[in-house]
Design a binder for this molecule. Structure first.
Ligand SMILES: [Zn+2]
Length: 233
């Protein structure tokens, strides 16, 4: 570890001591609640609050890099994981949990649910949570995000019956476009500043996202935003 590594550790300690650890936003998962402007028009966060969400992991390389940045900045996030990737990399899923983040499901196969027969939708949903439970050694958080936010009546009913809350997003980063970090950051900040708060979707499977995350967290701090963590009741 070089000098900058030590400086980063000292910075993290100072930030954590200064009370930077995220406020927890507790959601009600009892009745299949749905959150996120993009799909459900339900506001969860107060002004100047941001909840970071990371989809499509775990992925070697990018997910551990993102965990290191979050640790250094003393903030916590929500990860919506793909079950078949959890099966392949359970140790990374466990590390996310051990770091104190919220771990929820993003389906097992990441197929678009409206394209599947009802029984297959339910099987994929259940298998995704089962993969997480096996990897984590405990039940994951009862939160689910549909691939591409494409929900179905069958799975909304199933989620409600299982006591799982469905979370879409308030702000899309479009970090999957492969734009230069500055372009993605400008898009995020302009959308966030226009709204004043929000759940932000990012992807921990994207190398670009791992690269821009330090600047994103510095920018949020400079603009007076507080990063909060979504947790289940
Ligand atoms: Zn996804």
């Amino acid at each position: 570890m070089g000098l900058s590594g030590f400086a980063g550790q000292a910075g993290a300690a100072a930030r954590c001591e200064a009370g930077a650890v995220a406020r927890k936003v507790v959601i009600d998962d009892r009745h299949g609640e749905r959150y996120g402007d993009l799909r459900y028009g339900r506001r969860l966060l107060a002004d100047k609050e941001v909840a970071l969400t990371f989809d499509d992991g775990p992925r070697p390389g990018t997910t551990p890099a993102i965990l290191a940045t979050l640790r250094e900045h003393c903030v916590r996030a929500t990860f919506f994981m793909i079950g078949q990737r959890v099966d392949a990399h359970p140790e990374i899923a466990r590390q996310v949990l051990e770091d104190g983040h919220t771990v929820g499901s993003h389906s097992w196969s990441h197929q678009l649910m409206p394209s599947l027969a009802p029984a297959d939708q339910v099987a994929d949903f259940d298998r995704g949570f089962a993969s997480l439970e096996k990897a984590l050694g405990q039940r994951p958080a009862p939160v689910f995000r549909f691939p591409q936010f494409k929900d179905t009546a069958v799975l909304l009913d199933h989620a409600r019956a299982r006591g799982v809350a469905v979370i879409s997003t308030d702000i899309s980063s479009e970090d999957w476009r492969g734009d230069a970090p500055d372009v993605t950051l400008a898009r995020i900040f302009s959308r966030l500043d226009a709204r004043g708060s929000g759940i932000l979707i990012l992807h921990d499977a994207q190398a670009n996202t791992a690269k821009l995350l330090p600047a994103l967290l510095e920018g949020l701090r400079a603009r007076g935003y507080h990063v909060v963590q979504i947790v289940a009741r």
